[in-house]
Design a protein around this ligand. Sequence first.
Ligand SMILES: *Cc1c(COP(=O)(O)O)cnc(C)c1O
Length: 236
Amino acid sequence: MSRIGDNIDYVESRIDEACKRSGRDRKDVTLICVSKTKPVPDLREALEHGHNIFGENKVQEIRDKVEALGTEGIHWHMIGHLQANKVKYIAGVVDLIHSVDNDKLAEEIEKQAAKRDIIIDVLCEVNMAGEESKFGLKPGETLEFVKRISALKHLKIRGLMTIAPYTEDPESNRVYFKGLRELKDEINAAGIEGVNMDILSMGMTGDYEVAVEEGANLVRVGTGIFGERNYAVKTE
Ligand SMILES: *Cc1c(COP(=O)(O)O)cnc(C)c1O
């Protein structure tokens, strides 16, 4: 029996239930297994269980894991803070960058995508709760940011992402998930040329069910699948 496989099944079943409760189409919600800090054999276990979408938050770790597992039949998502000078290492490798929150980064993504003649899909990260410790745009500056970067032709803004506060009570994050959905609708309604966002990336181990109820399309679950992370242990 595979522990990781069982965990994936469990999380998928909770997503099913949350979709039913909220009248959502199950096909509109995708689970991203957040494999950061976890060793390659753990990812293999998920792959053998038929799950091939991974979220990572460090450029070097993505490179190492891609070297071990490849990109054929695997979808890599960059979910962590990204420095502009590292975009070149993941351009054309990851399916989606979830963490665009400043002009310099957006312009570098444009540059690296243009160089490769590709379009890179991105989400804008929004700090809904205004936590000092977190990256992301303020909700109130997001529309203007999207307007500015919408001019970049090799970058496609697919939607918004948020990391809600750590909490024991997932209900307390509902307001942020609802807020992100409303922000998406508001930006879509602004009719910015080339912008029609269809993705909300929200919800983690502690609160993904509430996020699904509020409209999440991508949920990012790490601990609930791979177990607690130990940052002191090297993954390679
Ligand atoms: C680590 C991380 C996750 C997963 O967190 P868990 O609580 O372990 O599910 C999700 N999103 C981002 C951006 C992360 O960095």
